[in-house]
Design a protein around this ligand. Structure first.
Ligand SMILES: *Cc1c(COP(=O)(O)O)cnc(C)c1O
Length: 368
């Protein structure tokens, strides 16, 4: 890493969170690692989850499944999104189970040799994204797949309001799921409905696995005792006094009101620090600074209380400013904030108490 702008990912703490989730729900844990593990690095987070006892890993597409296979992951793998029916052969080769989400999809898949393909039936219990809504239709699709030698390994649904403290909708969805599972009269090996949030309040005797994504990173509306393994940093490389009445940055959107100390750090919207961060606070050497002027593509200006030496660390989120707080300031959710941290930002992994790896995907590609 040359440019000092990095995301720190503590895999020990992710493992600790996986163990804690398992202790809370007493079910198998499916670690949801779609979108490069929410921007945190899929193979690295995968290894930590596997070591902590997660029995399956879920991604959103065959492309993401292939990345994990190419990196050497040999454990159980599930694609939660819509695989293309023409990719049956590659799904089998990758040993990736995939969602069976409509009759039309099943019919297309069965035009290929689908013997040995693994699927989990997706049940739509109200989200209206993917999945079967009609139980007779799902039962017929199940039978067709079984006749064709498809391995129907599981059945699942997805809760869409589990972050809301009033659990009426989740309860209703679960009742529909319960009915669907029972109506199939089939001994599914994997029955799963709980995402991170539901895992922390929903208990049932039917499902035997939970699917957790965001709580791997300590984020939960229900509990604050999970470890917070990820943070984002840059560094102040220039620090100067700007007299009153001058403006800062593109568009002259900020005018100094007195003699101000302005630091510049090499992070910008191309790193995922979107322009809406203007006016937000950051933490620099024991003080909170404020982002002033527009966020540039590669740099940002920060108003400070006191001067700092060249190279002083800037925390965008981490121990002093939580990811939740940053997301709330930006009127979004932590998921979006971390998924937007771009491939230009170096990832630093802590594993077994040590700096395991510093990885910059774009540098690696250029060196390959
Ligand atoms: C993303 C996703 C999850 C994980 O959600 P979290 O809220 O991050 O736990 C679980 N199931 C499905 C189907 C998903 O798409």
């Amino acid at each position: 890493m040359y440019r000092r702008t990095w995301m720190e990912i503590n895999l020990d703490q992710i493992a600790e969170n996986v163990r804690k989730i398992g202790d809370i729900c007493h079910k198998k844990v499916i670690a949801v690692l779609k979108a490069d593990a929410y921007g945190c690095g899929d193979i690295q987070v995968c290894r930590a989850c596997e070591e902590a006892g997660a029995q399956m890993v879920a991604v959103s597409s065959l492309d993401e499944a292939m990345i994990l296979r190419n990196e050497g992951y040999t454990g159980k793998l599930l694609i939660l999104g819509m695989s293309d029916p023409d990719d049956v052969e590659d799904l089998k080769k990758a040993d990736a189970a995939t969602a069976a989400y409509s009759s039309a999809w099943v019919d297309e898949v069965l035009k290929h040799d689908a013997r040995g393909l693994k699927v989990h039936l997706a049940v739509d219990t109200g989200m209206n994204r993917i999945g079967f809504k009609d139980l007779d239709e799902m039962r017929a699709a199940l039978q067709k797949m079984l006749d064709a030698g498809v391995i129907v390994e599981g059945i699942f649904t997805h809760f869409y309001c589990s972050d809301i403290p009033d659990h009426v909708i989740t309860d209703r969805q679960f009742a529909a799921f319960d009915e669907a599972v029972k109506a199939m009269h089939y001994p599914f090996e994997w029955i799963h409905c709980d995402n991170s949030d539901a895992t922390l309040f929903h208990q049932d005797p039917l499902s035997n696995a939970c699917r957790v994504g965001i709580t791997l990173y300590g984020i939960s509306p229900y509990r604050n005792d999970f470890a917070h393994p990820i943070s984002l940093y840059s560094a102040v490389y220039m620090c100067k006094h700007v007299p009153a009445g001058e403006t800062i940055g593109y568009g002259a959107t900020y005018t100094t009101t007195g003699d101000e100390i302005i630091g510049t750090a090499p992070i910008g919207y191309a790193d995922g620090l979107i322009r809406a961060n203007q006016g937000r606070k950051v933490y620099v050497d024991g003080q909170y600074g404020t982002i002033v002027g527009r966020v540039c593509m590669d740099q940002v200006m920060i108003r400070l209380d006191h001067e700092v030496p060249m190279g002083t660390k800037v925390e965008i989120f981490g121990p002093h400013i939580s990811l939740e707080e940053m997301a709330a300031d930006l009127h979004t959710i932590p998921y979006e904030v971390i998924c937007l941290i771009s491939g230009r930002v170096t990832r630093r992994y802590i594993w077994h108490g040590q700096l395991m790896q510093e990885q910059n995907d774009r540098l690696i590609r250029s060196e390959a």
